[in-house]
Design a protein around this ligand. Sequence first.
Ligand SMILES: Cc1ncc(C[n+]2csc(CCOP(=O)(O)OP(=O)(O)O)c2C)c(N)n1
Ligand SMILES: [Mg+2]
Length: 788
Amino acid sequence: MNEIRPIEHELSTLDALASVEKKLVWLASWMIHNANHLRPNRDGLKVGGHQASCASAASIMTALYFEILRPYDRVAVKPHAGPVLHAINYLFGRQSVEQMAGLRQMGGAQAYPSRAKDGPEIDFSTGSVGLGVALTSFASLMQDYVRAHGFVDPALPRARHVAIAGDAELDEGNIYEALLEGWKHDVRDVWWVVDYNRQSLDSVMPDRLFGRFEGLFRDMGWKVVSLKYGKRLEAAFARPGGSSLRGWVDDCPNSIYSALTFQGGAAWRQAILADMAKSRGVRAIIDPLSDAELASLMGNLAGHDMAALTEAFRAATKTDQPTCFLAYTIKGMGLPFAGHKDNHAGMMTVEQMDAFRAQLNIRTGHEWDRWEGLAQPKAVETFVAGVPFAENLTPQGRRLKAATIPVPATLPCPKITGRRMSTQGGFGEILSEIGRAQGESAALSKRIVTMSPDVAVSTNLGPWINRRGVFDRHTRDDVFRDGKLASAQRWGTSPSGQHIELGIAEQNLFLLLGAAGLSHDLTGARVLPIGTVYDPFVNRGHDALFYACYQDARFLLVGTPSGITLAPEGGQHQSTNTPALGIVQDRLASFEPAYCDELAILLRHAFDWMQRPEGSAVWLRLSTQILTQRERPLDPAHVIAGAHWVVAPAHGAGIAIAYQGAVAAEAEKAFEELREDEPGAGLLAITSPDRLYAGWRQAQRARRLGDAAAASHIETLLAPLARDASIVTVLDGHPAAHAWLGSVRGQRVMALGPDHFGQSGDITDLYQEYEIDASAILDACAEAILRR
Ligand SMILES: Cc1ncc(C[n+]2csc(CCOP(=O)(O)OP(=O)(O)O)c2C)c(N)n1
Ligand SMILES: [Mg+2]
């Protein structure tokens, strides 16, 4: 039963919640109205906002935030209810009028909740539908991980991870990938509350979808709580004749239900009587009601019924089983366009807003006042101050603090010099060496957590996993090992394991990297997440990668193998666009070492960089190309800044070769021949076009702002070359990644790299076909010299 908490001035909890809900719908509507109608508009562009989506979710959010949630719970709010979240924070005194009045404006509240831009009250950013919902499940898995490893005080309460989801989000495939993965990891303490208004952006959803969801969730081990009818409708259905009315509503197609909601009481009466005029019971229920009362009764869905909502949520707190609430709602509830199929971006007119204002007793000039228009403002204020979520998680907001993990000046490293090995092989060996550390020197290795979507072995994580084990809340034996069946992999699972093995769905990798990369903020325990994936399949998870970066999650992504260099494995396994992705992706520093000495420097840098406030996530693009590893002096600062001269050019030299990654040996071979004719030529190793480009942009900006001496690494590197020098660049990736280098000092760039892909072959054939072998490099050099 619903417990009614009496509070001062005789206001029941339900009445207080109803008042809060009214304020939330008002403030969210006003925020959007203000942004669209009351601010100067310089460019004539629609500002936009989603009053209907906000009104749809307001009751659910009121029940959660003002009755159920505790400060340590973590919530992802559907993107289009962002204004409701801002209004909630405002009522708690954690949001300013200036921010709300600046909705969708530079420096104001963001259109959709954003960790990076809206500050520490936002647990999860949302925007690309489906991803925020799924992220809650992976964040819960990470909570299990840090607790199982003893990284947080076990006395601290466990957080519940809650997503307030739009029903259209359930169309996104990543939801089902996450459900499957969550089932495998036995996730708990996750709630997905679906704002089941049966409307998306374009239209009303087909009825055939009804009923599908329940089965899907149950099959994945979830509890499903269907919140369909509110208390008043249930009471009406319980009266004589009520069951026919229930049957009629149950059978009413979504589109008709929505249209009737929009049309109001008279239309409801006509439609009901058209089918059930002869039912005395039904007439006895509806005849005494005015049109307004009938519309209110028919709109009494559980997703707007505070008693039904709080009762269901409270009951679900008794278990940690993941729970999906299908809360039936009306899009635009209480607003003039309630239920209209075109209401997604619909907005109240100035006249409608005035009428709404009058209805809520809000005085002109007092639109932003917290408790304006309420019958018992003091009582509601007192109520809000006393709800569990009113307690601050930390004085600074909802971000926890986690100490950084010290990174040694050099990582433990196997012998590299003189060996023939690939960067992928080197990565596996260095990680394995790190994993060998015991005692004091294990500080770093203890915090590393690896993850991979079914490619752990083929990306060389095997030795690391053999040392550190596979994580699972439940200890499971390795059947092959126990049966003494030969296998190089030891895959028993336990709560102390440090590798999280995922199914093949790449979006899940990036969502888990996102959750793990926020662990320091969300759980107060810092981990150093490393995810490995075949480089081309970064594309498969790119939106989730983009999403993780947008939240400023900190992790190391290892894309390997990459490019056409994995030669016989043709088809879609060859990545050519990823170097360009590495350049354009914000909050992700991308590198591609050719040799393992560079790799060791970059790996160390990654552990450091991902922990710095000004840092970011890191992406290493590696290869299976085997190269002879030589002893050589190397300046780590240059490797990290993106390039270093292997052979410095003579002052005023007219030509240089610049290579990146796996094609190093081809470039070296070409360079040896080139030097016979052009003794002053230079050979540049590029480890990161991304860092070079970012540095160049930064220097340009600094100079514009008056720092005349600012110079970027690439400008300094290219300075010795003649102004009209040619640079022949080559990488195993789209040549556009290097083409911009010509703009740095106005030198001519001949950029080589495969701009087609998908052909099987051996490296000799493919490098020749796609013109990145030594002879193609020499041809380009010859052409450059002739043109000069
Ligand atoms: C991945 C992605 N595709 C498309 C959109 C554009 N979009 C924004 S909201 C929306 C429909 C949302 O419907 P629903 O989730 O049911 O939300 P509600 O009805 O509560 O507004 C669409 C298609 C988006 N934000 N993200
Ligand atoms: Mg919807």
